[in-house]
Design a protein around this ligand. Structure first.
Ligand code: ATP
Length: 271
């Protein structure tokens, strides 16, 4: 399957709560995010087999802040996918924002271990996204709930990563302030595609700020000026995001289908 075909397939499997054929051994990826936790099962070729997502607040700015809550959610997602597949999942990969170190870096592995999945690998989030997109040469920007991470790949080699605490949470905070509503309500408003045209003028400065953050990360790295740029992560789901981010960034960027699912699928490919 082509990269975009895999992402569409994963979305369909998650929406319909179904499973695809599993021709051989499986791989599992768990994305513990600021806004959601996603568990994906893929086959050896990286084709999606099943997946499940829970909106959650167990991670902040890429760091696990509610260990037990995170573990219980992973346990739940694991049980749900196992029931669908009729097998027991016993190992998996996790991911962290680039630059996460020490105990914070170990926390994701401990969470999935607590949920019954032996951690086999931990990757940087944008590196996982690059794997899902099949990119060996280019820049991947992952704008999640709490962080914006980038990975630059040259001829299959990871040559640069960076991460900043700016993401969709900041979009929701601006909406909450502008419309005088609780954060949770702003989150739901933001995820309603029917509202995206209306809210775009309000959130545009945040998108411009994200583009400025990525520009600053790449300052002095002129050699990457002609590398293709892909933006993934839930924030890129906003309609009009690709156009506005490209304008502010001064370069055309590409947003793949269902950008929220790209990193979770990539993590599973490392499982
Ligand atoms: P991080 O990687 O920063 O820890 P995460 O893994 O939770 O966070 P993602 O799952 O990629 O990040 O994206 C979550 C963000 O995307 C949240 O801010 C969420 O509100 C936003 N989001 C999700 N769906 C949509 C949508 N349809 N439209 C706009 N924003 C969305």
């Amino acid at each position: 399957m082509e990269a975009y075909e895999k992402i569409y397939k994963l979305h369909e499997l998650m929406e319909t709560k179904t499973v695809a054929d599993l021709p051989g051994p499986y791989k599992v990826g768990v994305d513990l995010g600021t806004a959601d936790v996603v568990l994906v099962v893929a086959d050896e070729a990286g084709n999606p087999v099943a997946g499940s997502l829970r909106w959650a607040s167990v991670v902040r700015d890429g760091l696990v802040v509610d260990f037990r809550g995170a573990m219980l959610i992973v346990e739940e997602l694991k049980a749900e996918v196992e029931a669908r597949m009729g097998i027991t999942l016993d190992k998996g990969a996790t991911a962290i924002p680039p630059g996460t170190v020490g105990r914070n870096a170990l926390a994701c592995g401990h969470v999935i271990a607590g949920a019954g999945l032996e951690p086999v690998c931990q990757v940087d989030e944008p590196v996982a996204a690059a794997r899902a997109l099949g990119i060996t040469h280019g820049i991947v920007v992952d704008i999640g709930g709490g962080t914006t991470g980038i990975a630059v790949l040259r001829n299959g080699e990871l040559v640069f990563t960076a991460d900043e605490p700016t993401g969709g949470t900041h979009v929701s905070l601006v909406l909450a302030g502008a419309y005088k509503m609780p954060f949770e309500e702003a989150e739901l408003l933001k995820r309603d595609a029917a509202q995206h045209r209306r809210i775009m003028p309000v959130i545009l400065p945040v998108i411009e700020k994200m583009a400025a953050v990525v520009t600053a990360m790449l300052a002095g790295q002129e050699e990457y000026h002609d590398y293709p740029v892909y933006v993934v992560g839930g924030t890129a789901c906003l309609q009009g995001f690709e156009t506005e981010f490209s304008k502010a960034f001064g370069r055309k960027v590409h947003v793949p289908p269902h950008p929220l699912l790209v990193t979770p699928l990539g993590i599973a490919m490392f499982g």
